[in-house]
Design a protein around this ligand. Structure first.
Ligand code: TMP
Length: 244
């Protein structure tokens, strides 16, 4: 079996940047690494993503929204994640079932047991080996940064109360499952965050060894140099089943 690591947190907390950086480090050790995003990562998933994030679909009901995220997830698990783990790959995923607990249970107020049941059905019981919860200051800070670099999508337009409840949901998940869910502070430099990310997965990849500090000559020349200089993207720059 391979290794399944998910990144969670509000929009604009650096998830996609640090998925890319971790993938580079793992690939340098010869591992097959897939970088995915939810919703998305398959043709069906990307179509569902466009549908669920489109502000034109303001009338989408909360239950319909839940089921669209779960449909995209089921397709991604069946088509990409399960086969990849089966052949021993590392799968890094930008959001997974924890986002549904945070956004649809805490944010929208759907019953937690319904959301848990839908998650279990869509994932077939697949649970990440590790989940990195990226936090970056006040709940809405990352959201405001995201809104500066891209037109807001339907979820970003959901309001401050909604995003406060989502942050509460992520916090509750980290408190409930401290072994699986590790909180990573992404408010510092890109290098500091990359090191915290590596430490949070060090038991899964012991040969990362140094806690992930950039190798000599790597700091300043790697992707962190531009990541620190530029505003963080609101969404992963790359789409499709595998990126990075
Ligand atoms: P993102 O890929 O830019 O983070 O956009 C995905 C949006 O969808 C983000 O606002 C979080 C939201 N979302 C949910 O509400 N529920 C889910 O299950 C997932 C995966 C994402």
């Amino acid at each position: 079996m391979g290794t399944f690591v998910t990144f969670e947190g509000a929009d604009g907390t650096g998830k996609s940047t640090h998925i890319g950086l971790l993938a580079e480090r793992l690939r340098a050790h010869g591992l097959e690494v897939l970088c995915l995003r939810e919703p998305g990562g398959t043709a069906v998933g990307e179509a569902l993503r466009a549908l669920v994030l489109d502000p034109a679909n303001a009338g989408l009901s909360d239950r319909a929204e839940l089921l669209i995220y779960e449909a995209a997830r089921a397709q991604l698990v069946d088509e990409v994640i399960a086969p990849a783990l089966g052949r021993g790959a590392v799968v890094l995923c930008d959001r997974f079932a924890d986002s549904t607990v945070a956004y649809q249970a805490y944010g929208r107020g759907l019953p937690r047991e319904s959301v848990d049941a839908a998650n279990a059905f869509a994932t077939g019981g697949l649970v990440p080996d590790r989940t990195l919860l990226m936090v970056c200051g006040a709940p809405d800070e990352g959201l405001h940064r995201a809104a500066q670099v891209a037109a807001a999508d339907r979820l970003e337009l959901a309001g401050e109360g909604f995003h406060g409840r989502v942050a509460e949901g992520f916090g509750a998940l980290a408190a409930d499952e401290p072994i699986r869910v590790r909180v990573v502070d992404s408010s510092g430099s890109c290098e500091a965050t990359a090191q915290a990310v590596a430490q949070a997965v060090a038991d899964l990849f012991p040969w990362l060894g140094d806690g992930g500090a950039p190798a000599e000559g790597e700091a300043g020349a790697g992707p962190c140099a531009s990541a620190d200089a530029a505003p963080r993207p609101a969404a992963p720059a790359e789409g499709g089943a595998a990126r990075g």
